[in-house]
Design a binder for this molecule. Sequence first.
Ligand SMILES: [Fe+2]
Ligand SMILES: [Fe+2]
Length: 337
Amino acid sequence: MSEEKNQFTHYDAINWNKVIDPIDKATWEKLTEQFWLDTRIPISNDLKDWRSLGKKEHRLYDHVFGGLTMLDTLQSQDGMASLLEAAVTPHERAVLNNIKFMESVHAKSYSSIFETLDTPVEIDEIFDWASQNKRLQYKANKINSIYHDPNPLKRKIASVFLETFLFYSGFYTPLYFAGHNKMVNVAEIIKLIIRDESVHGTYIGYKFQVAYKKLTEKEQQDLTAWAYDLLYDLYANEEAYTHELYDDIDWFDDVMVFLRYNGNKALMNLGLEPMFADGAEDVNPVVMNGISTSTANHDFFSQVGNGYRLGEVENLTDSDYEVGKSTQSGFDSEDQD
Ligand SMILES: [Fe+2]
Ligand SMILES: [Fe+2]
């Protein structure tokens, strides 16, 4: 009898009525509330705008979206597998399962856009370009190698840098055109992706901070130095990538300001000090306008609903995580704008 018992290991059912970390439940609620699918956005309504754009703009859109498809593919595959492996609560695992699926939705969205705007030959060119572009391959491989690093904190840093920093060289194009009231349905998809990424980056950054606090001072210093080195490395690559994409259209300098602004936000998500001098006020207002007309909400901890509020660059404090202390499910007290 006892021999038979030994063949079985202990397995726990997930109990959502006994949540270990209220942030898990609050994030689950936030993410499921903002669930969306690419098929609900009428991309073909942008065809008139698309035809009014020149070859240079078409190529720019195609390539930035090719690059974004690559990064969302990486997130949906190795990225979430890597974070799931290090999850500390069953509820965190459930949240990461949600994120994993949404990363697949994000990656698929670009194919829906290509299908609507591009010919089959053009679509093949986009994927060939993505598989051969050295800068894109560099960042995907760099991040992916960290996803296979034994240190789970390094994996979280890589994920936050991908989601809160690396995406933005691509997001710039649709946001810029949306700011000029062009290609607004395509931009709506991008804004929905940005809204998701905002929650992902904040949540994974929070999980990082919880684990980081348990390290010794020396370990914290070493990890912080490693994070800054990684961001410098990715930034240098991003600079070259931005030259390749934007020199033709002469937007390089503006895009770099936007990247530095988002690089700071990535560091803030990890609880680290900003590295660049650029703030929101330095970013091209047309691009900020492109974000701000969204029905999405970029600021994870402020509220839900149709109004959009710009994410402010500031450190999260302990009080930001006090959701659920009085209400059990987070956001309840803050949900009304
Ligand atoms: Fe994504
Ligand atoms: Fe994400």
